[in-house]
Design a protein around this ligand. Structure first.
Ligand code: HEM
Length: 147
């Protein structure tokens, strides 16, 4: 009796079951992260421009600096959300989530320090925020989605 007696329609040379093709990681999450990183970086740069205007006598610039600071808290809040999407479905690294949360918290602290008028602390933290935002933007543009 042949080996395949119970299943006579199955022959030894039948093609093995094909595994479904592996799905590619989504590319759009890194595009979203890049767009948000650029937005945050431009807003941070605008903060320095507005602060410069205020310091040199244009008093109305402080109101704009304050409003942009609050918008910055909102736009930077979207960074860790985009970073989560970069992990799934983007299959990217996880550390940008932590980076995004830290940056968002730092910007929140910066708003508090600004309203508290602790300028000696406010300016170096502003520089640190600028460096972190620029670093994240650079990384997001250098990142390539796995194929
Ligand atoms: C990076 C993000 C920044 C945020 C979120 C932020 C936010 C704020 C906020 C909310 C205030 C209070 C405004 C008010 O009292 O109506 C403030 C004040 C101020 N900020 Fe910023 N700021 C940032 C960056 C900077 C930078 C880079 C500089 C300078 C290079 C700067 C210089 C100042 C100055 C001089 C004041 C006024 C302090 C005073 O009235 O004595 N800020 N900031």
């Amino acid at each position: 009796m042949p080996d395949n007696a119970p299943f006579p329609h199955v022959t030894a040379d039948a093609a093995p079951a094909m595994a479904p093709p592996a799905r590619r990681p989504a590319h759009w999450p890194i595009v979203l992260l890049r767009a948000l990183a650029v937005l945050v970086l431009l807003q941070v740069f605008l903060q320095a421009v507005l602060a410069g205007g205020f310091i040199t006598g244009k008093v109305t610039f402080l109101g704009l600096h304050s409003a942009n600071g609050v918008f910055l808290v909102l736009s930077s809040m979207a960074l860790p959300v985009a970073a989560v999407l970069l992990v799934r479905p983007g299959r990217g690294p996880w550390w940008p989530i932590v980076f995004g949360v830290v940056l968002w918290l730092l910007i929140g602290v910066q708003v508090g320090i600004g309203f508290a008028r602790l300028v000696g602390l406010h300016i170096p933290i502003g520089m640190a925020i600028m460096a972190l935002s620029a670093g994240l933007t650079w990384w997001a543009f250098a990142y390539r989605t796995k194929r």
